[in-house]
Design a binder for this molecule. Sequence first.
Ligand SMILES: [Zn+2]
Length: 110
Amino acid sequence: MANRPSGAEIHAMRIRKLKQDMEDAKRLGISHCFLHMSALAQNTRRDHAARHGLLYSGEEMLEWWARDGNDLECRCTAIMILTDEQGNPRTPGIIAKVKAALERYNPDPS
Ligand SMILES: [Zn+2]
């Protein structure tokens, strides 16, 4: 039987990956930000879903996960997005697709 990882284990992995991305980007001088992606499940917290498709710095992601129990049973993820000299995403198409998924998201179908 496959071992089912706990929420704490998943969160530790998520933070490790985020910090690794932040370190690599700093070392290589890559301008970037992070795209917040929510699981958009039936039980997703509204304030987690509200961040879906928004862009944050790595520090902002770490700070958000560290407060208000946001790390508990959280299925969100942060994906590194490369930015140009003006801070604009180099892959705006991906962000538009992610935002479109939030528009289709309806946690309370009636
Ligand atoms: Zn979440």
